[in-house]
Design a protein around this ligand. Structure first.
Ligand SMILES: [Zn+2]
Length: 214
């Protein structure tokens, strides 16, 4: 899967699991980001094709790497409120743009509150949510891989303990149906906010049916 597709899968999974009720938009934003992070091993391409072939879908996608990544990203985000700070910057930029284009009714205030009170119970929610959602990434990469002209690219789930490759291709990489289903799901969740959990569940059912029919 491509990083935007991973982000959409992570977002839909977060909504389906009711994470918005547990940690608000900040937890949903964090988990959406976390769902894309295992592709950091794509950076191996900077060291040439051989390094890319050896490292991608290994260093960032293994179970141990996902556990560590989820813990580190969730911890940094919770204690430093990185999501809140990014939201504040984004809100400031949007405020300026909206005022520039004449939407004077738009509030110029920060609109995003940086977390002042922290507690271990909420921190635990952050870490558990990130740990659950990050595994949508290797699972999706097991299922959506390969193409007409290139073979499936396996994931080494048990690296560094075992080089055993895993793959279970059901859809080709870049299949346009995947992005279409998850974007339509996102639009439906925005339009039907009251029923967004039901819509998020439905998105995964539709995705499963689509994969089965293909
Ligand atoms: Zn990946």
């Amino acid at each position: 899967m491509t990083p935007p597709e991973h982000g959409l899968v992570g977002f839909s999974a977060a909504i389906a699991l009711g994470l918005y009720k547990r940690g608000g938009w900040k937890l949903v934003a964090l988990t959406t980001f976390v769902a894309m992070v295992p592709d950091w091993d794509w950076l191996a391409c900077l060291w040439g094709d051989a390094a890319f072939q050896t490292i991608h879908r290994v260093w960032g996608h293994a179970i141990i790497s996902c556990l560590l990544t989820a813990f580190v990203v969730a911890s940094c985000d919770y204690w430093l409120d990185i999501t809140g700070r990014c939201g504040q910057v984004l809100h400031g930029v949007l405020s300026k743009c909206f005022r520039f284009f004449g939407f004077f009714g738009f509030s110029g205030s920060s609109g995003v509150v940086i977390r002042q009170q922290r507690n271990w119970s909420e921190y635990r929610t952050w870490v558990i949510a990130a740990t659950i959602i990050i595994f949508t990434h290797p699972i999706a990469d097991l299922l959506v891989t390969g193409g007409v002209d290139f073979p499936p690219w396996p994931v080494q789930l048990f690296w560094p303990f075992s080089p055993q490759p895993f793959t279970c291709p059901i859809l080709h990489w870049g299949d346009p149906g995947i992005l279409t289903i998850f974007i339509l799901g996102l639009v439906a969740m925005c339009c039907l906010r009251k029923y967004c959990r039901f819509v998020a569940f439905s998105v995964f059912i539709v995705f499963g049916l689509y994969a089965w029919l293909r």
